[in-house]
Write a protein that binds this ligand. Structure first.
Ligand code: P53
Length: 475
């Protein structure tokens, strides 16, 4: 007995731009994901702004879920999925983003996709914006720097919430809205908001302004969704990478508290409906002047989320006195944690960090949590008989699920479900690689463009099927 709730939402997660392909089919407009080249670990993806012939754009084809979704969903049903998380590609619905009328063919595609899921009793869990806004909004309006983009987003959300209200109960507004807090990483600002902050006179101040526009847009959509149908569950989505103190040195403890403001700022506003005092103090000290109207504050209050969707892949560690250490990216003072191992892409593997994160979030907010991403990106080798023996993925997921179950059964966390990332192999967001695989389902497609797109089951497929069937009792 695991004591997970009977209706626990086991499933899998992807995003439209990472699986669908068909980037210019049936009226779809160019999205920001369509102008990102392929990269690798240590090789940044290039943001080319427009499509240039000399580059490969992995998201154009992705794994062609657009044409294969029926067969893929049949495999999800075989896995026993109770839910499936994906996103709506905004530019299928509004190719440019600023039109008054939606693209009916795009809307029909998601009707068909959701019907196919519901045929197997798989609940769609839908992200409204997962790194794929129409590129026209970036080129013409400057992305989320521009307040008008709030209205374009709310209009898009209104159309899809109205259209799918009887098919989709679980929604999230902005995927990993907090990535852009690392404002000096061009990919994060660009994919969250269509803004490369380092090109701005004051990158950090611009980041806060952009974030404010998104928080207002999110709150408007939450209120709108509830007005359309009161029992829709609309959440936020946070990348939860906890920042531990390196030691019990009081300076390390305090630094970790400060560092965690980078995470909490976003969920504080989403959940409580107002900015935390540390945000105002930081803006005051830095002399930032963020345009926040009285109306905005009322909107934030009126649109608090029903749950927190979160991704969890790794933890990080911060050290106040780090001169002798190699500090890594993200928060200044981030140092390797000597107690955990890292993946081939340098992501520190820390299952206990998941239980820790669920605890701190639930203690802070007391609303339901939903793990909508967790997983192990690895290079998979095909055996001569065609099988993939991904025991390392099973080990990673098993250890994380065990900690998740402790958070529910020992700590009393209210957890809605668990959807491992990239349940079918897809294009990596961070590097644009096919090689960094997460799936239970292998897709024969490679970084040089070769491959048949044929699907096959990895060893982890049968393992996860049994986890779902036993509601987590058999790991
Ligand atoms: P890839 C950083 C930290 C945690 C999650 O990532 C992150 C990132 C950004 O790299 O992104 C999420 O494909 C994101 C997904 C993404 C997934 O993690 O870089 O929501 O779109 O694919 C895995 O290995």
């Amino acid at each position: 007995m695991t004591n997970l709730p009977k209706d626990f939402l086991w499933g899998g997660a992807v995003a439209a731009h990472q699986v669908e392909g068909a980037w210019n089919v049936a009226g779809k407009g160019e999205s920001i994901a369509d102008v990102l080249t392929g990269g690798a670990h240590g090789v940044d993806r290039i943001i080319t702004t427009a499509i240039e012939e000399k580059y490969m754009y992995p998201n154009h084809e992705a794994v062609d879920f657009y044409h294969n979704y029926k067969a893929d969903i049949a495999l999800f049903a075989e896995l026993g999925f109770k839910c499936f998380r994906t996103s709506i590609a905004w530019s299928r619905i509004f190719p440019l983003g600023d039109e008054a009328e939606p693209n009916e063919v795009g809307l029909q595609f998601y009707d068909d996709l959701f019907d196919e899921l519901l045929k197997y009793n798989i609940e769609p869990v839908i992200t409204l914006s997962h790194f794929e806004m129409p590129n026209h909004l970036v080129k013409t309006y400057g992305g989320w720097k521009n307040r008008r983009v709030i209205d374009f987003f709310v209009h898009y959300a209104d159309v899809v919430l109205q259209r799918y209200q009887h098919k989709v109960k679980y929604w999230m507004t902005f995927n990993e809205i907090n990535n852009q807090k690392s404002y000096d990483v061009p990919l994060f600002g660009y994919t969250n908001s269509g803004v490369v902050f380092n090109n701005e006179p004051n990158p950090e101040e611009t980041m806060y302004q952009v974030v404010h526009h998104q928080l207002v847009a999110s709150a408007k959509v939450v209120a709108l969704g509830h007005a359309i149908k009161a029992d829709l569950k609309i959440g936020c989505m946070m990348a939860i990478v906890p920042l531990y103190p390196y030691s019990c040195h009081p300076d390390d403890i305090m630094l970790a508290v400060e560092a965690m403001h980078d995470r909490y700022l976003f969920s504080d506003v989403h959940v409580r409906g107002y900015y935390p005092s540390y945000a105002y103090k930081e803006w005051e000290q830095k002399g930032f002047n963020i345009d926040i109207t009285a109306d905005d504050l009322a909107v934030l209050k009126a649109g608090t989320v029903d749950y927190i969707g979160l991704s969890y892949y790794m933890s990080k560690t911060v050290r106040a006195h780090f001169e002798d250490e190699e500090t890594t990216a993200d928060f200044e003072g981030t140092v390797p944690n000597p107690h955990v191992q890292a993946s081939d892409w340098g992501w520190q593997i820390d299952p206990v960090g998941l239980r820790y994160s669920l605890n701190v979030l639930y203690e802070r907010y007391q609303i339901p949590l939903f793990i909508v991403e967790n997983g192990f990106g690895a290079v998979d080798e095909i055996e001569p008989d065609g099988s993939v023996n991904d025991q390392y993925r099973i080990d990673y997921l098993k250890a994380h699920i065990a900690e998740m179950i402790k958070a529910v059964t020992l700590d009393g966390v209210d957890l809605m479900g668990y959807t491992p990332w990239g349940c079918i192999d897809c294009v990596s967001f961070g590097t644009g690689e096919y090689k960094k695989r997460y799936g239970f389902i292998y897709v024969d497609k490679h970084d040089d463009g070769s491959g048949t797109m044929k699907r096959s089951k990895k060893k982890s497929f049968d393992w996860f099927k049994e986890v779902v069937a036993s509601n987590g009792a058999h790991l």
